[in-house]
Design a protein around this ligand. Structure first.
Ligand SMILES: Cc1cc2nc3c(=O)[nH]c(=O)nc-3n(C[C@H](O)[C@H](O)[C@H](O)COP(=O)(O)O)c2cc1C
Length: 185
């Protein structure tokens, strides 16, 4: 089956992961803010989004393209300071439509936050959040920043994509391939 990676990023870490996953799988990689081809022509979609203030960045794009995503396997990777677990699941559940979450395989990757690159507004909000965070480790990371980028952590995402690529999809049937010629990305 044929797929592509769509991602958004503010400070680059999700873009780094998207690029590494693209290199490892051969899938085309698109920043959703810079235009992209048809989603309809694809058999499966990989979406990469960072977490900002307990929400999924890119949620508006996902909602806008929900109809095109419908019925296709979706691989969602999020990039955050928080680890996989109930907290992250809750933020995803409040940001994204249930039908997307139910049909998606989710992978949580650790990101990077460098205070000196942030806006003053973001820094102040993170200092306040860090001071009041009952999880003191997470609170310190909010205030002081962190770099948990790990290229090897993409492996489960790559394995999932390879499984999807190996599946027979409509695009692997010659008649459908012909019909879709010129529509593919
Ligand atoms: C202003 C700001 C708010 C953030 N809010 C959260 C959050 O609510 N939960 C979380 O786990 N990580 C949070 N993070 C960490 C980001 O998810 C992490 O830095 C991620 O790697 C950023 O992705 P990007 O570099 O692709 O923009 C926040 C980072 C910043 C700078």
């Amino acid at each position: 089956m044929e797929g592509a990676i769509f991602y958004t990023t503010k400070y680059g870490s999700t873009g780094d992961y998207a690029g590494w996953i693209g290199d490892a799988t051969g899938l085309p990689v698109f920043d959703i803010n810079h235009g992209h081809g048809s989603i309809e022509a694809l058999d499966f979609i990989v979406i990469g989004c960072p977490i900002y203030f307990h929400r999924v960045l890119g949620e508006a794009w996902i909602r806008r393209h929900l109809a095109e995503l419908h019925g296709k396997p979706v691989v969602l990777f999020t990039v955050s300071g928080a680890p996989a677990g109930p907290k992250l699941d809750r933020w995803i559940a409040t940001s994204l439509p249930r039908e997307l979450i139910d049909g998606a395989d989710h992978f949580a990757l650790f990101g990077r936050q460098v205070p000196k690159t942030l806006t003053w507004f973001e820094r102040i909000l993170l200092i306040i959040a860090g001071l009041f965070n009952p999880d003191r480790k997470a609170g310190r990371e909010e205030m002081q920043g962190f770099d948990f980028m790990d290229k090897t952590s993409i492996q489960p995402v790559v394995d999932m994509i390879e499984t999807l690529k190996a599946r027979d999809g409509p695009r692997s049937r010659p008649d459908e391939r012909q019909a879709l010629q010129g529509r593919a990305l």
